[in-house]
Design a protein around this ligand. Structure first.
Ligand code: PLP
Length: 237
């Protein structure tokens, strides 16, 4: 794929982000675009950065490390882990990523906190929530609003970990051909964020990472502050 195609795609996605924000009276500059490069070769990562991408999301530790090394640590790019992290890979994640969006258990959070401490870094993180109840999805069980009280009890010890800075929530709704059908799940995540902000007012809940290529405009209308977009920018995997 020539670079001009990525530039064009990025332009279209940026315009769509602006239009979606405008449609609900939000500002596009409060929305962070994370380009998802999983399944894409390292050349495309470089092309995306040349096109102006500042945040990159990857799902798999093994796949991402050569890309991160190729781009180089001194670059102006922030790397976001967005996939499920196995506990035994927690150290590598702390060594290589700037953000972890996919905290889905206290056990993982504790391990990341320990390695972050050893590396003397503070890692911004999001709590991944399963708001649909789909078994194939990772994330803290958050689909039943009647159980949010319990969920808050599970989250409390994560908030106490000194080397992780919880900044908000992340989710992946079920896939629908019509993105409007994902809307109730985005609304649920935002409601959960409001609930957690009421339970833990001294913590930061402002980030909502939701919306991918197929549904980011709907997610922005429902409050997304981070969208994670792969194919719409980089083409098919
Ligand atoms: C792959 C992936 C994305 C991007 O998906 P696209 O449909 O290519 O935009 C976003 N978030 C997560 C967690 C992913 O695994």
């Amino acid at each position: 794929m020539p670079n001009s195609l990525i530039v064009d795609n990025l332009h279209k996605v940026t315009e769509a982000i602006h239009a979606a924000a405008d449609s609900v009276g939000r500002k596009a500059n409060e929305i962070r675009l994370v380009a998802v490069t999983k399944g894409q070769p390292v050349e495309k990562v470089h092309l995306a950065i040349e096109a102006g991408i500042k945040n990159i999301g990857e799902n798999y530790v093994e796949e991402s490390i050569p890309k991160i090394e190729s781009v180089g640590k001194g670059s102006r790019v922030e790397w976001h882990m967005i996939g499920h992290v196995q506990s035994r890979k927690a150290r590598k994640v702390c060594e290589n990523f700037d953000w972890v969006q996919s905290i889905d258990s206290l056990r993982l959070a504790k391990r990341l906190d320990r390695f972050a401490g050893e590396l003397d870094v503070q890692i911004p993180v999001l709590l991944e929530c399963n708001v649909s109840g789909e078994e194939s999805k990772f994330g803290l069980a958050a689909w039943n609003e009647l159980e949010w009280n319990e969920l808050a009890g599970e989250i409390a010890p994560i908030l106490d970990l000194g080397n992780l800075q919880v900044k908000g929530l992340m989710t992946m709704p079920p896939f629908f051909a019509d993105p409007n059908h994902a809307r109730p799940y985005f609304i649920r995540l935002r409601k959960l964020s409001d609930y957690l902000a009421s339970q833990f007012p001294n913590h930061d809940w402002h980030e909502l990472s939701m919306g991918m290529s197929a549904d980011f405009e709907v997610a922005i209308q429902e409050g997304a502050t981070i969208v994670r977009i792969g194919t719409a920018i980089l083409g098919p995997r």
